[in-house]
Design a protein around this ligand. Sequence first.
Ligand code: SF4
Length: 117
Amino acid sequence: MLHPIESTAAARRPAAPDPDDSPWHTSAACRSDEAGLFFAPSKEPTAARLAREEHAKRVCARCPVLLECREHALAQPEPYGVWGGLTAAERRVVLARRRRREAELLDARRLTARIAG
Ligand code: SF4
């Protein structure tokens, strides 16, 4: 799926229906912001990247579909760009925490079943 901001440009030209085109991104706050804000240009210096990402996150903070966007980006997972107020590195941390928590819950269920059985 295109990033919500990219779907604005895509919407300007006739296109075949996208089966993955869910309605949440039609309300995306980033549809009216500059496209370069959400993805890093090549060889972007660290200070510029941090400033750009903070700016993108401020757009996300006022977005009515932040949670839908974030969950989409985590589920794919989307490897690049700011989605749902999180950078790619931050999404990797969230996914790692979720996997660890799921593993802990599975261990707890197995232990409970062993004790009960
Ligand atoms: S949360 Fe951010 S990236 Fe996602 S749709 Fe909203 S403004 Fe765009």
